[in-house]
Design a binder for this molecule. Structure first.
Ligand code: SF4
Length: 356
């Protein structure tokens, strides 16, 4: 199972130069360490293909080029070491153009993801929907029509996504498609919304699909940061693992090889008893904790009333306690420190984190 996210801005060659370039590469490294397995970039113009291509040489994280309308951009992207191409054959032009892209992708052994979106179904299927065909069935028919050409061209290195902004449409379409094809599926909800509502809606779709063994890659699309998309994806995967006896395919995936279940972050919501700002602490440490390449439980609690006791299974915990903070492991307090500021708290926590 590969978790994906998509770069939120347009990338130019200038972005890769100097200090800005170093910052960008560092951010991509962080995405990789917190669990991103594929990073998609929109490639709206020919010059963007040059930037994506250059980037693909410089990073270890697999890059996916996402192209609409202009088949020549797709052809140019295929000159570089990208890991995947995402196109919508319906808007890439006539059959000859699709053939050119497919034939070059085959020669370079680069997979193509075909995207079917509920909002842009072909006219003839919209007409059928007006006469009673449901949206999920229409999406599957659209997918089969797109795939027919690829099959005719004997291109088998294909993945498919069928996304809608509706929960039931997305679940139904993916379930239905799985009954007619075993092509790898990329799953998620499109235009899901901001952090909270988007995560809830993606969870509602992804949990049932994952627990049925449907889905080979996923993205939690959010109007929020890429880091939060990855973290949300990991948490949903962990929840799916907890909910079901793990389907065989989960146990051989790349994500699990690297992270297992990864970090389980427990943090209290904070209330009037808090003597430590858990919300701020979690925000400061979130990316670092999700970068840990080990299975462990970290607890961040606001007060000693419920702190070490409620989080007694944590491998490492921090809690407020009056004017002090306590660091604890497996329910046992190992340090009580009077601290004055966040820098000190972070320093003590860091010392213990390194020992894990
Ligand atoms: S751990 Fe303490 S501060 Fe946090 S919610 Fe519970 S009682 Fe409130």
């Amino acid at each position: 199972m590969v978790i994906q996210t998509m770069w939120k801005d347009r990338l130019s060659l200038a972005d890769l130069k100097g200090e800005a370039g170093k910052v960008l590469l560092r951010r991509i490294k962080i995405l990789e360490t917190i669990g991103c397995g594929l990073l998609r970039f929109a490639v709206p113009a020919p010059e963007d293909a040059e930037a994506i291509g250059e980037l693909a040489y410089r990073v270890s994280l697999p890059i996916c080029a996402d192209i609409h309308f202009d088949y020549k951009i797709a052809l140019r992207c295929l000159d570089f070491p990208i890991a995947k191409l995402r196109i919508n054959p319906g808007n890439i032009g006539n059959r000859r153009r699709v053939e050119k892209v497919v034939s070059k992708a085959a020669a370079r052994n680069i997979p193509i993801r075909i995207g079917v979106n509920a909002g842009s179904l072909p006219g003839h299927l919209q007409e059928k929907m007006n006469k009673g065909l449901n949206r999920a069935e229409a999406m599957v028919l659209a997918a089969q029509e797109e795939l027919a050409l690829f099959e005719e061209l004997k291109f088998v290195n294909t993945t498919l996504s069928m996304k809608a902004s509706g929960i039931t449409d997305t679940i139904r379409a993916n379930r239905l498609f799985r009954t007619v094809s075993d092509i790898p599926l990329h799953i998620g909800v499109t235009e899901a919304g901001p952090l909270v509502s988007g995560t809830v809606r993606n969870t509602a779709v992804l949990l049932p699909l994952l627990s049925e063994g449907i889905g080979d890659t996923l993205r939690v699309s959010l109007s929020d940061t890429m880091e939060n998309e990855i973290i949300a994806g990991r948490e949903i995967l962990n929840a799916a693992r907890d909910m079901v006896s793990i389907p065989e395919r989960f146990s051989i995936n790349r994500f699990e090889d690297r992270f297992g279940n990864g970090v389980l972050l427990i943090s209290c919501p904070r209330c009037g008893r808090a003597c430590f700002d858990t919300i701020n602490f979690v925000e400061r440490w979130k990316t670092r904790l999700y970068s840990l390449d080990k299975n462990c439980t970290i607890a961040v609690m606001g007060c000693a009333v419920n702190g070490p006791g409620e989080a007694k299974d944590a491998d490492l915990g921090v809690t407020g306690a009056g004017n002090s903070i306590m660091i604890f492991k497996q329910g046992k307090v190992i340090k009580t420190i009077r601290v004055k500021n966040d820098v000190e708290i972070d320093r003590y926590f860091e010392e213990e984190l390194k020992k894990l």
